[in-house]
Design a protein around this ligand. Structure first.
Ligand SMILES: Nc1nc2c(ncn2[C@@H]2O[C@H](COP(=O)(O)OP(=O)(O)OP(=O)(O)O)[C@@H](O)[C@H]2O)c(=O)[nH]1
Ligand SMILES: [Mg+2]
Length: 311
């Protein structure tokens, strides 16, 4: 990947305690020979994707808009620190008018050609109270594009995490309920079996991008449950990366080839052709033989010109 990479100076915007943890994480990754990390950020429109990119980098690189943003192209931002390169790819929302926007998905795919995705951040909002079929469709579209394996390197990020839960639920209960509901749709949309899903848990992490986010005594942004969220997010990303799974190399085959989850289904036409020749053809032949051996009435033979003047 040849992208111009600047020094990750935004890291100095963070309080010293956050910087220390981030440097420690970079050290851990380098120890495992990971010197580049490419994060792909995806989700529906307006959920806080670009804001999250800016929060992670500690600088305003992606344009944020309260209304539908005009920027419809993905961007990649690359920063280096202590010999480590962090790439973040911000993408436009892939939902329009209540449907998955195939065109937006196509643009994202083309943009990713030749790149390797190490981590997927699937962004949604914590303060949404319903999960519906559209969520499932969005997850399915992502899975169909990159293959099921992407979820082994996936995190669900919930923005707008500084909230007071409704209905007398406490914060952690609300978070648990929202996570459970969303994870169920991720499982269904990605077509992952229940057992497999339980064995490989997709982490759900909270984010609060607002400048009004509360801070602790160290000046770090904290959530109502006390979590220092930038530190937590980067820790979970590191864990997911080191736990296993495979990075996704976006090549021509992935972009133009069959849906990566359906490889093997190209045998279906072959099987149908096989059935046609060996089953249908044999039945046809049997019928023809039957007709040929049948003794025909004279009038039929006459019509066929075979009555030899007997009629
Ligand atoms: N309070 C609060 N507002 C947020 C948060 N994240 C994003 N916003 C606001 O939500 C609006 C949309 O944020 P964006 O970051 O542009 O969302 P996006 O997902 O990149 O949007 P598109 O690129 O249009 O799909 C902006 O007004 C942000 O300021 C958050 O965690 N808390
Ligand atoms: Mg955006």
């Amino acid at each position: 990947m040849s992208i111009m990479s600047l020094e990750w100076s935004g890291i100095q915007q963070f309080p010293p305690s956050t910087q220390n943890v981030l440097h420690e994480l970079l050290r851990q990754l380098k120890e495992k020979n990971v010197t580049t990390l490419t994060i792909l950020v995806m989700g529906k429109g307006g959920v806080g994707k670009s804001s999250t990119v800016n929060s992670i980098l500690g600088e305003r690189v992606a344009s944020v808009s309260a209304f539908q943003s005009e920027v419809r192209n993905p961007i990649i931002v690359s920063r280096t620190r202590l010999g480590f390169t962090l790439n973040i790819i911000d993408t436009p929302g892939i939902v329009e008018g209540g449907y998955v926007n195939e065109q937006a998905l196509e643009t994202i795919k083309r943009f990713l050609l030749g790149k390797t995705i190490d981590i997927l951040l699937y962004v949604d909002r914590l303060d949404a109270y319903r999960v519906d079929n559209l969520d499932r469709q969005v997850i399915k579209a992502i899975t169909d594009t990159f293959g099921k394996g992407i979820w082994q390197r996936g995190l669900i990020v919930l923005t707008h995490a500084q909230l007071s839960p409704p209905d007398c639920l406490n914060y952690d209960e609300f978070f648990a309920k929202r996570s459970e509901a969303l994870l169920k749709y991720v499982r269904l949309g990605a077509g992952i079996k229940k057992k497999e899903f339980q064995e490989h848990v997709i982490p759900v992490v909270l984010v609060e991008n607002s400048g009004r986010c509360k801070t602790n005594d160290n000046g770090e942004k904290v959530l109502p449950n006390g979590t220092v969220w930038i530190v937590n997010l980067m820790q979970v990303i590191t864990e997911v990366l080191l736990k296993g799974g495979k990075s996704i190399e976006v090549d021509q085959k992935l972009i133009e080839g069959p849906n990566p989850n359906n490889r093997g289904k190209f045998f279906i036409p072959l099987i149908l052709a096989f059935q046609y020749f060996f089953v249908v053809k044999r039945i046809q032949k049997a019928i023809q033989n039957d007709i040929a051996s049948e003794s025909k009435p004279l009038w039929e033979l006459r019509d066929m010109g075979l009555a030899d003047g007997k009629f």
